[in-house]
Design a protein around this ligand. Structure first.
Ligand code: AMP
Length: 179
């Protein structure tokens, strides 16, 4: 179970840059590069995720390509857990499991190495943004297919109006900033 911790979100919120109409018309892109470049904001975000779940509760941390990698790797280090990349098709060199999921237009796929987990590994999935939840749900399915147990999910940002939480029912998740 996650602990509902109080964090000072002002620094984090102040380090997110809105980019209108990127990558396409009508989408406001949440740019986390200023957060990553700010030592206080970056370490606060990583610490808040680690403290929310607590040391000793996670064996592997999965980062979703590409921005998820950047947050997931220091989170894994602080947990004393392993890091596992979830990648776009054709990028992982060994045998993979693959999951296709719906996007607003068309489909997308993600892959995971078949041997990424030991049986019963408790897995935390990390990404920068929870939008419609399609990516996160596909990540849960892949982790389970590869033999892991989803301990939870963590996002820096949640776009609540896109109702991604509906796709994550039954899973424990946190988001540091809600819009
Ligand atoms: P979704 O599957 O709709 O929840 O989309 C989540 C994925 O798309 C994450 O990997 C995000 O990095 C990316 N994403 C979706 N919407 C945005 C946004 N408005 N700003 C930045 N990244 C986004």
């Amino acid at each position: 179970m996650t602990m509902r911790i109080e964090i000072d979100t002002a620094v984090l919120r102040g380090s997110i840059r809105d980019i209108p109409d990127f990558p396409k018309q009508g989408v406001t892109f949440k740019d986390i590069t200023p957060l990553l470049a700010d030592p206080v904001a970056f370490s606060s975000a990583v610490d808040a995720i680690v403290v929310s779940f607590g040391r000793g509760t996670v064996d592997k941390v999965v980062g979703i390509e590409a921005r998820g990698f950047i947050i997931a790797a220091p989170v894994a280090y602080h947990f004393g857990a392993g890091f596992v990349p979830l990648r776009k098709p054709g990028k992982l060199p060994y045998e993979t499991v693959r999951e296709e999921y719906e996007l607003e237009y068309g489909t997308e796929s993600l892959e995971l190495h078949v041997d990424a987990f030991s049986k019963g590994d408790r897995v935390l999935i990390v990404d920068d943004v929870l939008a419609t939840g399609g990516t996160a749900r596909a990540a849960c399915n892949l982790v389970e297919e590869a033999g892991g147990t989803v301990a939870g999910l963590a996002f820096v940002i949640e776009l609540e109006f896109l109702e991604g939480s509906k796709r994550l029912q039954g899973y424990d998740y946190i988001s540091l900033l809600k819009y």
